[in-house]
Write a protein that binds this ligand. Structure first.
Ligand SMILES: NC(=O)c1ccc[n+]([C@@H]2O[C@H](COP(=O)([O-])OP(=O)(O)OC[C@H]3O[C@@H](n4cnc5c(N)ncnc54)[C@H](O)[C@@H]3O)[C@@H](O)[C@H]2O)c1
Length: 454
């Protein structure tokens, strides 16, 4: 990753919104690393061929992003809803074959890898089948719909010796790489407290998506959608707003916690599941028949630190992760990461001694000065010491994440966000929901690979 320093005025011009405090001592615009699936344009014989299974909102976004990754080619798309075949072809700007049946794609010998962006309750089935068919897999987050699904997927990937990458793209962001560099440098000191939130305040943010007028049992394979979930009559609300229902999604935990947890695991180098979780929350506003709360706050115990994660669909607070260390504070939001040192230089006690008699207080201060002969430091101006790193305005971490995946497909070196990483992050989501719905402390039983009540 490269960087070039900017004047404060230039920097504020670029990201005035994110630097509202205007207190930056040093501001740097991060330069995008030129990630690509091949170090130079790949010859046709070396082109990786992939297909996309699940071409809804995310599937199309991913397909569009693949156009920016050299050396790869989309050869087929699959979705249960016919209109999404057209949307996928438009996204990839090519009339690739489209099908409702993903087995047709897995049967093709010319497909090296698949992007799986189906609804969460179908991740396991599609990933297991893809691995068994010898395909490498980019699977959207959260990796699993249940704890059991996650371990079955890990086993399927490892048995078939496949490359797997899970889709929390922030793990490939140049912003998160900078945050990890700061964390690893030790400049934060010991970090015992981490706080993260992702708050939204809109119907779309609460998954109240409009139902397309042509949605029907003729245009959607409803029975295939219900595979792995209870049978019920056709219901377009459930098909298009599946995140609201526990049969198919995991609510805010699976949708947004997973990004925050993945980011925290990546930056701190955590390769495990939290030991336990306590959750508060409620459904206050979006009472449309959904199963999940619109406010959820979870406190996680990890061996060396504690993490608080919140998602609130009732205020547009945006995205935030704060690392609070003994030597410094690091704040990540959507476009910037900042580091502010703590003033840890020795100082005489200047608070509690005011409850001492004057003579004792003076004696204490005199002795302190004798033991610390250097002159008292000037007041430490933390604001001026703050460093801010910002993303360039048009940066997207989605092509970077895909490039990491396709690089791994070529080199056969495991991805950072592999099946184990994705499983750990997803279990964090399951712990949060378990604690919320059972009104209990969720305890992770590592050897039993299950959640129990504490
Ligand atoms: N990484 C991110 O930032 C991000 C953002 C949005 C969504 N996602 C994830 O992407 C996935 C898809 O979400 P979405 O918003 O695109 O949902 P969506 O409802 O828009 O699309 C899901 C599609 O999957 C299809 N599908 C389901 N089962 C299938 C099957 N067996 N075969 C073929 N197609 C099948 C459905 O027909 C539907 O069109 C989810 O796992 C979601 O959590 C990730």
């Amino acid at each position: 990753m490269g960087k070039w320093p900017l004047s404060r005025r230039q920097f504020l011009g670029i990201s005035a919104g994110t630097l509202a405090a205007g207190a930056a001592g040093k501001a740097t615009l991060l330069q995008p690393a030129l990630l690509s699936a091949a170090p130079r344009p790949a010859p046709p014989s070396d082109t990786l061929r992939f297909a996309s299974i699940g071409t809804g909102i995310r599937g199309c976004e991913l397909l569009e992003a693949t156009l920016r990754v050299p050396g790869i080619e989309c050869v087929a798309v699959c979705d249960l809803y016919d209109a999404r075949h057209i949307a996928a072809q438009e996204a990839v700007k090519k009339q690739v074959p489209a099908t409702r049946n993903y087995h047709e794609i897995l049967d093709r010998k010319d497909v090296d890898a698949v992007i799986v962006a189906v609804t969460d309750h179908q991740h396991r089935k599609v990933v297991e089948d893809a691995c068994a068919a010898g395909k490498d897999v980019y699977c959207e987050k959260p990796m699993s719909h249940t704890v059991e699904d996650g371990f079955a997927m890990v086993a399927a990937v490892q048995k078939a010796k496949r490359i797997m990458q899970v889709g929390s793209q922030r793990v490939s962001s140049i912003l998160y790489a900078k945050a990890k560099e700061i964390y690893d440098s030790g400049r934060l000191g010991d970090v015992y407290a981490i706080e993260a939130y992702w708050d939204r305040n809109s119907a779309s943010g609460a998954w109240v998506y409009p139902i397309p007028p042509d949605a029907s049992e003729q245009t959607i394979d409803w029975n295939a959608f219900l595979d792995g979930a209870p049978k019920r009559p056709f219901d377009p609300i459930r098909f298009f707003r599946w995140r609201c229902f526990e049969d198919y999604g995991e609510g805010l935990a699976g949708d947004l916690f997973v990004h925050l947890i993945s980011g925290i695991h990546f930056i701190t180098g955590t390769h495990r599941v939290a030991q336990r979780a306590q959750t508060a929350g409620g459904l206050f506003r979006w009472k449309d028949g959904r199963d999940f709360p619109d406010l959820i706050e979870t406190f996680y115990d990890y061996p060396n630190f504690r993490v608080m994660v919140r998602c609130n669909l009732n205020n547009a607070g945006g995205e935030f992760i704060g690392f609070y260390g003994t030597k410094g504070t690091m704040i990540l939001n959507e476009k910037t990461v900042s580091y502010s040192p703590q003033d840890t230089r020795p100082k005489p006690e200047d608070y509690s001694i005011y409850g001492w008699p004057l003579a004792a207080r003076e004696q204490y201060l005199k002795e302190w000065a004798e033991q610390h002969p250097l002159p008292a430091p000037l007041d430490f101006k933390v604001d001026e010491e703050t460093e801010v790193f910002a993303l360039p305005p048009d940066y997207s971490d989605i092509p970077d994440h895909q490039a990491h995946f396709f690089d791994a497909v070529r080199t056969r070196k495991p991805t950072v966000e592999n099946e184990e990483f994705g499983n750990h992050a997803a279990i964090g989501c399951h712990l949060a929901n378990y604690a919320y719905f059972k009104k209990a402390i969720a305890v992770w039983d590592e050897s039993g690979r299950k959640i129990t009540s504490g």
